[in-house]
Ligand binder design. Structure first.
Ligand code: ZN
Length: 228
């Protein structure tokens, strides 16, 4: 994370998993953004209809620059679709847009893990800004309590990456369910949607694994100082 020692190798499996997941996301997106759906309707239109059909009338659909920058903003009740998704009727575009609609439905239905995740954001932000400086100061001044405070603050972001997992898996499940129920995708299109969304989910698994390994690393560094 900040200085190099042998414990750094502990994180490497997480980083490799992350790179592999990113590669899978890119290749699934490349592949399925070229496969059109039978209906051929743009994702922006489909997603607006999905939301209405599922009783969500508060969310507006907008456009955002960049590639794969699609996200749902719960504060503004805005579902932002990226340039490549907004007007596209591809299998990938429908899957990505419906996944974001899944998040909007989670908010509407008060899905508990999402509430927990949203509530945790301010605390996690403070934790991630302060954990490394405190940990380092603790090491520099050989003051172990500060080292462990740094680790405790870091573990907040580990928890956050773990709460993110059910939220993301659930949004993808909702996406597939809504697209299937509404007859927006055929059987074979649905497996394309799954391939894209599973690859995206893997990136969240990789960051959770990496943050757990980073936590272990900090603990090992702290324990070796205990013995000194
Ligand atoms: Zn998501």
């Amino acid at each position: 994370m900040f200085y190099f020692d042998w414990t750094y190798f502990l994180i490497i499996p997480g980083l490799l998993l992350g790179m592999w997941a990113q590669h899978k996301v890119n290749s699934a997106y490349q592949e399925y953004s070229r496969v059109g759906t039978r209906l051929g309707r743009p994702a922006s239109e489909v997603v607006a209809e999905l939301l209405r059909r599922n009783g969500n009338s508060v969310v507006r659909v907008g456009r955002v620059g960049g590639q794969l920058t699609d996200h749902y903003d719960p504060g503004k009740e805005l579902l932002n679709l990226s340039e490549g998704v907004y007007g596209s009727g591809s299998v990938a575009a429908l899957g990505i847009a419906a996944h974001e609609a899944g998040h909007a439905m989670q908010k509407l239905e008060g899905y508990a893990p999402l509430k927990l995740r949203t509530a945790a954001v301010p605390v996690v932000n403070i934790g991630s800004r302060t954990s490394t400086p405190l940990f380092l100061l603790g090491l520099v001044f050989s003051w172990q309590p500060l080292v462990y405070i740094g680790i405790a603050l870091f573990s907040l972001s580990v928890l956050f990456s773990l709460i993110t997992l059910p939220v993301e898996f659930d949004a993808s499940n909702r996406a597939i369910r809504m697209l299937t129920e509404g007859g927006y995708v055929t059987e074979s299109e649905r497996s394309g949607v799954k391939a894209v969304l599973n690859a995206a989910a893997l990136t969240y698994v990789a960051s959770a694994v990496t943050s757990i390994l980073s936590l272990l690393r900090l603990l090992m560094i702290a324990r070796s100082r205990d013995r000194d």
